[in-house]
Design a binder for this molecule. Structure first.
Ligand code: PMP
Length: 404
């Protein structure tokens, strides 16, 4: 385990007061706070290294390129990919999925084909597929879930047909905290010869991930949800798949040679990285990954599991409390409603106590429809949250309840 008080000192924002109360930041599912190490590395790069990558013979350009490519290697190691050719830098999970939806759609999807997504997907793992299906005349099919927030595996298997081209599923639900049985989902899809994209936006920050053990074909995540900067994310893809996909955006860097008659494309991963990348952010992301690696992803998982379990136990004692999602295999996200108190009222009043939670549909409107609700209040934990903060949340909820 790690020393949480020492860790908190790395995150200056946690010292802030909001309305005269100590900040209790429980909106980590939306974005995490940044340790000094990340911010300082980025400032240092801007002050002392900055030059455009890949195209320069001069010293700074080479140094910036080295940092950028070393970051790719750090990401590779972190998710245990086989090769850096399989690590594409994007702006985040959303862009990673859009990249895949466009290129995979162009290469492999025809009229009458089917794409599978689950009931609990974030809009960013629904809408790009809908757009692609519309372009290609394909159909989006949905893996159902139980009232408890677990995917129905038998129904899933029945949905896999000879027309299924891809399965797209979140590793961890950003609303329910459900840790999906992605290894089984992937294994079953592969038995039908169907590749799988895993949305890892909510798993990578909380648990060790090994894309080779999972055997997923594609895996997407965002830097800003794992203590890194905004504007950078990753799409992992097995080299054998990436080789078969056409480029996404055209421009500099993704080409080998350009002639007006015909352009040839660069090798992996550059074929998918048109234009100047956010090389300062990729460096910041690598520093963030080194940061969590030094603490140990197993330790972070254990800490957050303990915190989540404690929070669930404390919250369940509140009268009228409804917690969504399964009790076990539950990640560091708790969505809830109390009695008839509207989620917005709860969130607004908790904010006055310095407690930052998220309210609403959490970019998962179809899931809200399935649950028959408009929205929830969501508390989501990170490596720096404490049981004292959980106590503050529980006391805050009770206080809001008294006001109603
Ligand atoms: N998928 C999931 C499960 C998410 O929680 C989020 C962010 N809330 C996203 C995708 C989208 O991530 P980003 O906005 O960083 O692209």
């Amino acid at each position: 385990m790690y020393d949480i008080n020492k860790v908190r000192e790395d995150f200056p924002i946690l010292q802030r007061e909001i309305y005269g109360k100590p900040l209790v930041y429980l909106d980590n599912g939306a974005t995490t706070q940044k340790p000094r190490q990340v911010v300082e590395a980025m400032v240092d790069e801007y002050y002392n290294v900055n030059a455009n990558v890949h195209r320069g013979v001069h010293f700074l350009s080479q140094q910036a390129t080295d940092l950028h490519e070393a970051s790719r290697e750090t990401v590779r190691r972190f998710i245990h990919a086989r090769s850096t050719s399989e690590i594409l830098f994007t702006r985040g999970t959303t862009e990673s999925i859009n990249l895949l939806a466009f290129t995979f759609g162009e290469a492999f999807v025809r009229q009458g084909d089917e794409i599978l997504v689950s009931t609990m997907e974030h809009h960013s793992n629904i809408v790009p597929w809908q757009m692609m299906c519309e372009r290609k005349g394909a159909t989006l099919k949905v893996i159902p879930m139980t009232d408890n927030g677990e995917l129905q595996m038998e129904a899933y298997e029945e949905l896999l047909t000879e027309r299924t081209r891809l399965v797209c599923c979140t590793h961890v639900s950003n609303v329910l905290g459900t840790i999906n049985p992605v290894a089984d989902i992937i294994r079953i899809a592969h038995q039908h010869g169907v590749p799988v994209l895993i949305d890892g936006a909510q798993s990578v920050p909380h648990m060790p991930v090994d894309v080779q053990v999972l055997d997923c074909d594609f895996f997407a995540f965002s830097g800003h949800k794992i203590y890194g900067p905004t504007g950078v994310g990753v799409l992992y893809g097995k080299e054998s798949w990436l080789e078969k996909l056409p480029p996404y955006q055209g421009g500099g860097e993704m080409i080998k040679t350009v002639k007006f008659e015909k352009t040839t494309y660069n090798e992996l991963p550059y074929k998918f990285e048109a234009g100047t990348p956010d090389y300062v952010a990729t460096h910041g992301l690598a520093v963030a990954l080194d940061y969590v690696t030094a603490l140990g992803m197993e330790n972070i998982f254990a800490h957050e599991q303990q915190l989540t379990l404690y929070a669930m136990q404390q919250m369940q004692q509140i009268e009228g409390m409804r917690i969504f999602g399964p009790a076990d295999h539950h990640d560091a996200v708790i969505s809830f409603l109390v009695g008839n108190i509207h989620h917005l009222d709860m969130g607004t009043l908790l904010d006055r106590l310095g407690i930052a939670v998220r309210t609403g549909h959490h970019c998962a409107e179809p899931l809200m429809h399935r649950l028959g609700i408009e929205g929830t209040v969501r508390a989501s934990f990170a490596l720096y949250n404490t049981t004292d903060e959980v106590d503050a949340l529980v006391a805050g909820i009770r206080r809001v309840q008294k006001m109603f």
